[in-house]
Design a protein. Sequence first.
Length: 109
Amino acid sequence: MLDSVQWPAMVVTLLAAWLVASKLRTRRSWGFGLFIVSNALWIVWAWHTSSYALIVLQIGLFVTNVRGVRTNPADEMPLSHAPSSLAPAHGAVDSSVAAQPSSTAEPAA
């Protein structure tokens, strides 16, 4: 019975990784929560198989996942949806682009 725990642990881990990569805070939160569930599943399986290094790894990953839950930043706001005070002014020139030499300039004689 406990040998089969590795398969749900693997599926939950992959789903958690997918969700953590999201730009949406809610999905990232679910991902970190699922990572914590997967840590528990892996520890159960590792204990059954005497894989003590895997247990130590999962405890370390659990700590980083709890940190992820606590420090999960707010959703990123696309610039097109930013308030007008944050959006670049109409006709503004990006100084990094303006400072680059033009490739169409005539060669020196």
